[in-house]
Design a protein around this ligand. Structure first.
Ligand code: G16
Length: 576
């Protein structure tokens, strides 16, 4: 095998964000752009002899081409073996599962998560370490530093590898094992949940609808829900192979019924084929972007349970019949019911949530007598806590929930956790949630996103808030008084590392909160997020709409941030 050393010059913008390097596809298509970043990863992690790498992505545009490049660079950098998902497909949780199962020297996941794909969409790349989790900040910082002084990269001169057939292939000395992307992950799920009980629930007529949003979870959902749990499906799906096998791929939208008609259809999994542009959609499982599913769950003859996942399969949205559960409540409910689920019957060591996530889980932790940790936004902050055995369940308001079974958040895991609880309790999703609120009180919660606003305006809002800290301290807004305002910082209790500037918190004396934060995952302009939370112990008010209950806080947030004036936006782009 011939290894070529290619001279290159640094790009200045390869700083990983909340979760890896995410850029528009045209940026990644620039000569040497991907190669520079991959070489910076390999230079940073120094590849030991005999090392194996996991490699796969969410199937978005440029996934396959990038995989071929990375395989050749891995061969040139001394890896002995690379495990690649067939068709280049691996969900983020499945990649984490494989890294742990085969004790590899980490993995590379190609995804821009919930961001749209296609030639004008986004692409992304992230490195996960040997524990299966996203690289911590000290590694991503080192990769960024390497990317700023790179002068050459190494790549094997070899033919492309056949990605669509499982088996072993060679690039020089390195073996490329193309593996089934689903099997190990599905087995892990079977080891955690009571599949027999869920099968009985589904057989008894409990109807589910899972929206894979034409992203990576389609093959996983079909195998788990349809093949292993017996959820109804048309024969079409049963005989459908994986994505990437072009001949079987339907024309966009042609193979599946959409809209209200789907509610009555027998298919438990919709939008199940991963497409490079996600069928033109925005694979973010929330009330705005998963509206097709939301319409079904809020329509006539709605299924009993609905769920969606995102581009790379780590996020989840849970719906009941005509009912939405905030991710914060979902985490709390999973924790409160974990004793009903085989994989968690031995009890929880602790819970962790990101700072902007509501304190609903804290109440459950208190009742269980276990610790609850508050971390900055980003799954990477949970890794140390899980590795140290301090927490079992973790969750974020951004539709991420997971446990120490892997080191990533896990969309289908959350869906199965809910189904297991439903199979035991035999109540509706809404009834379980309302009982939970009756017992613990309700942390009324909402997030308002202002997407794609000019960076200057977004930074201006954040600066104004910082400059107002002294003035806000102790300020009175009607019946609400500010107890504390700061920019959240976190000291990792395991390794002592400190992360500052993680979001502006305005906390009132009654426990209500407003949090302002700039997104770390966008690729165009800035996204400003406002997180709003208040606590309602009064059961007679639990039925109220969250926006109504939070109206006062929303008004204060707009007033102190001068958001409307500074961004010229009258309303948020997305409300969840
Ligand atoms: C990523 C991280 C999550 C984090 C989210 C926040 O999600 O993996 O842990 O909560 O970003 O996004 P933002 O910075 O935009 O608020 P994902 O699903 O995009 O990988």
């Amino acid at each position: 095998m011939q290894i070529r050393t290619v001279a290159t010059t640094p790009f200045t913008d390869q700083k990983p964000g909340t979760s890896g390097l995410r850029k528009r596809v045209p940026t990644f298509l620039q000569a040497h752009y991907l190669e520079n970043f991959v070489q910076s990863i390999f230079d940073t992690i120094s590849v030991p002899q005999g090392a194996t790498l996991v490699l796969g992505g969410d199937g978005r545009y440029y996934n396959r081409e990038a995989i071929q490049i990375i395989l050749k660079m891995a061969a040139a950098s001394g890896f002995t073996r690379v495990l690649v998902g067939r068709g280049g497909i691996l969900s983020t949780p499945a990649a984490s599962c494989l890294i742990r199962k085969y004790r590899t020297h980490g993995g590379i996941i190609l995804s821009a998560s919930h961001n749209p794909g296609g030639p004008d969409g986004d692409f992304g790349i992230k490195f996960n370490t040997e524990n299966g989790g996203p690289a911590p900040e000290k590694i991503t910082e080192a990769i960024f530093a390497a990317s700023k002084k790179i002068s050459q990269y190494h790549i094997a001169d070899s033919a492309d590898v056949e990605l669509d057939r499982t088996g072993d292939y060679e690039i020089g000395e390195m073996t490329v094992s193309v593996i089934d992307p689903v099997e190990a992950y599905a087995e892990l799920m079977e080891s955690l949940f009571d599949f027999a009980a869920i099968r009985t629930l589904l057989k008894g007529g409990f109807r589910i609808k899972f929206d894979a949003m034409h992203a990576v979870t389609g093959p996983y959902a079909r195998e788990i829900f349809v093949n292993r749990l017996g959820a109804p499906s048309t024969r079409y799906w049963r005989s459908q192979p994986f994505a990437g096998e072009g001949a079987m791929r339907p024309r966009h939208g042609a193979a599946e019924p959409t809209g209200a008609g789907v509610a009555a259809s027998a298919d438990s999994v919709m939008n199940a084929i991963p497409l490079p542009d996600f069928g033109g959609g925005h694979p973010d499982p929330n009330l705005t972007y998963a509206h097709e599913l939301v319409e079904i769950l809020y329509g006539d003859n709605a299924p009993d349970f609905g769920a969606a996942s995102d581009g790379d399969g780590d996020r989840n949205m849970i719906l009941g019949k005509h009912f939405f559960i905030t991710p914060s409540d979902s985490l709390a409910i999973l924790a409160a019911n974990a004793h009903l689920v085989p994989g968690y019957q031995q009890g929880l060591a602790g819970i962790a949530r990101s700072m902007p996530t509501s304190a609903a889980a804290d109440r459950v932790a208190k009742a269980l007598g276990i610790p609850c940790y508050e971390t900055p936004t980003g799954w990477k902050f949970f890794g140390n806590l899980m590795d140290a055995g301090k927490v079992t369940l973790c969750g974020e308001e951004s539709f991420g929930t997971g446990s120490d079974h892997i080191r990533e958040k896990d969309g289908l895991w959350a869906v199965l956790f809910w189904l297991n609880i439903l199979a035991v309790r035999r109540q509706s999703v809404e009834a379980i949630t309302r009982e939970h609120w009756a017992q613990y009180g309700r942390n009324v919660y909402s997030r308002h996103d202002y997407e794609d606003i000019p960076s200057d305006a977004a930074n201006g809002v954040m600066k104004l808030l910082h400059d107002s800290f002294a003035e806000l301290q102790g300020a009175q807004f009607g019946h609400l008084q500010v107890k504390l305002c700061d920019d959240f910082s976190y000291t990792d209790p395991v390794d002592g590392s400190v992360s500052t500037g993680q979001g502006v918190r305005i906390i009132f004396t009654d426990g209500s909160r407003i949090v302002f934060r700039l997104s770390g995952t966008g690729t165009g302009g800035a996204t400003l997020r406002i997180y709003l939370e208040s606590y309602e112990p009064d059961i007679s008010k639990h039925h109220l709409d969250a926006q109504q209950s939070l109206a006062t806080l929303i008004g204060i947030a707009l007033q102190i941030s001068e958001l409307r004036k500074r961004t010229r936006r009258e309303r948020p782009t997305v409300i969840t």
